[in-house]
Design a protein around this ligand. Structure first.
Ligand code: HEM
Length: 494
């Protein structure tokens, strides 16, 4: 008997074979029964393997490819699958976007994957009232802590000056003094966004915020991971980072509430502390306040970092685009003289914003968002059953030549000249759950670019640098190396 035969006749091997046989039969039978019990006329698609469905395919590669391949294969705007333990229907295109944006709490409601709910230990999607209470003013509320919180993420004029001084601090600390050197833009952008979020959301001084470097990256990665909490997994690392950030925030709360009188700081955390009662008048626990602040910190970070980083790349590769941004921004710089940037200057940055939009069209920072189906309905001729989840792929029209001719071309003028067709460009989502930080993001991006282009030019070291795509925060694998030139000494490369 040779070694193979010997192994085959070992009792362990027989037991293993039996187990494999039984589990395959069980899974195939279960799959058959599940398929038989499904409602009729569902969108096309595969529910994949029992339990895991197509989660692995969705998370392990490029989620955009996962979506695009299925849309092409089934030639529809919707397809069904099973991801993250949920039967899910993917919605794409303007008609789907319109339906979702206009039917929150009628046909659908916001839903978060279990891993995200557990990561932040809060489920602010549970009911209409609770779901909206901290980010959105409850119906009829005026001038309460809630409305102030919501308003906070829509920065007012005074934030322009604050964001601007933060950016100038970052330039002095990390960008200046590197004439002709290669620096990694991705890391520098992360530093700016972290400083901005820590300062304006938590009231933390720039120096202190440095000790949180890297934590938000780990947390953002955890948002797109499977909920497996073992040491070494992405989720486990994210959970640890959430706990560390939470502890830091609780420390801030202790420091702030220990002072008498409590200092009148103008950050999100202070508003949370001051308005820490929910709609029934119940006091929100300190740990919950910390969890909410951690969640908003994470939301404020990845998408802004992604947009600014890719904007630096696209602008660096296109001198004509740089020149137009420069001309817009240097005009503003001259007109403001020694004064601080103000709201009027921001509203004049139209071309710069068009460049940001074109960047988000090509590299969408946040490819989609989930909803839960509240009641059976039909869409595009298919049944959408109650209880199923929807993944609203917000970027599926972005590269459709019907809405964006020559979609692979980087052409900011499309956001200057033409009004976009409704529901074709929605990087911030839409409807009542549209991104609460849209205006904050606009300010951060424009103020960053204003300061950058009026002081520097840059060369992209590797125009073909790969981008690692995920559900959120597509990342340049080499950290976007650029060669910096301060404007007075800049010599155009041949
Ligand atoms: C370029 C930057 C950003 C992009 C592309 C972006 C995109 C999005 C998207 C697609 C959603 C989901 C909307 C939906 O489900 O309909 C969202 C939600 C949200 N975003 Fe942003 N976001 C950005 C920046 C920010 C910033 C800077 C903040 C905070 C300062 C923020 C806070 C939030 C919050 C709190 C929500 C949840 C809103 C709710 O459920 O009511 N975002 N964002």
């Amino acid at each position: 008997m040779d070694y193979q035969d010997f192994l085959l006749f070992q009792p362990y091997s027989l037991l293993l074979l039996l187990l494999v046989f039984l589990s395959s039969t069980y899974f195939l039978l279960k799959r058959h029964l599940v398929t038989k019990s499904l409602p009729k006329n569902l969108p096309p698609g595969s529910l994949g393997w029992p339990l895991i469905g197509e989660t692995f395919e969705f998370l392990s590669g490029n989620p955009e490819d996962f979506i695009q391949q299925r849309l092409e294969k089934y030639a529809t705007q919707v397809f069904k699958t099973n991801i993250l333990g949920e039967r899910t229907i993917f919605f794409s295109g303007p008609a789907a976007s319109k339906l979702i944006a206009n039917n929150e709490l009628k046909l659908v409601k916001l839903w978060l994957p279990h891993s995200q709910k557990r990561l932040f230990a809060i489920d602010y999607t549970k009911s209409h009232q609770k779901s909206l209470h901290l980010m959105r003013p409850p119906p009829g509320a005026t001038g309460t802590g809630f409305t102030r919180l919501y308003g906070f993420l829509k920065p007012e004029a005074k934030f322009v000056e604050k964001f601007d001084s933060m950016m100038r601090w970052e330039l002095r600390e990390h960008w200046e003094g590197h004439e002709g050197e290669v620096v990694r833009a991705y890391g520098l952008v992360k530093s700016f966004v972290l400083t901005l979020s820590c300062n304006n959301l938590l009231g933390m001084e720039p120096e202190r915020s440095k000790k949180l470097t890297g934590k938000l990256d780990v947390i953002v990665n955890g948002l797109q991971s499977i909920h497996v909490n073992f040491p070494g997994t992405v989720y486990h690392r994210a959970k640890k980072a959430v706990a560390e950030l939470g502890r830091e925030i609780q420390l801030l709360i202790t420091e702030r509430t220990a002072e008498d009188p409590v200092p009148a700081t103008e950050d999100f955390l202070s508003l949370l502390i001051a308005g820490n009662v929910d709609q029934s008048g119940k006091v929100i626990l300190r740990s919950t306040v910390a969890n909410i602040a951690t969640g908003v910190m994470a939301a404020s970070y990845g998408s802004v970092v992604t947009t600014i980083t890719h904007m630096i790349k696209f602008v660096g590769l296109r001198p004509d685009v740089y020149d137009k941004i420069y001309s817009e921004q240097s005009e503003i710089l001259t007109s403001k003289g020694g004064d601080a940037l103000n709201w009027d200057h921001i509203n004049r940055m139209k071309y710069t914003w068009a460049v940001a939009c074109e960047t988000m069209r090509i590299v969408t920072p946040f490819i989609g968002t989930f909803r839960e189906v509240l009641t059976d309905f039909n869409f595009a001729g298919y049944a959408i059953p109650k209880g199923w989840k929807i993944f609203w792929a917000v970027n599926t029209s972005n590269k459709n030549p019907e809405y964006f001719p020559e979609p692979e071309k980087f052409d900011p003028s499309r956001f200057m000249e033409n009004e976009q067709l409704p529901y074709t460009f929605q990087p911030f989502g839409g409807g009542p759950r549209m991104c609460a930080g849209k205006e904050w993001a606009r300010l951060a991006i424009l103020i960053f670019m204003h300061n950058l282009v009026t002081k520097f030019k840059w060369e992209i070291i590797n125009p073909n640098e790969k981008v690692l795509n995920g559900m959120v925060m597509p990342a340049p694998v080499e950290g976007l190396p650029i060669r910096l030139h301060t404007l007075s000494s800049f010599v155009s490369p041949n």
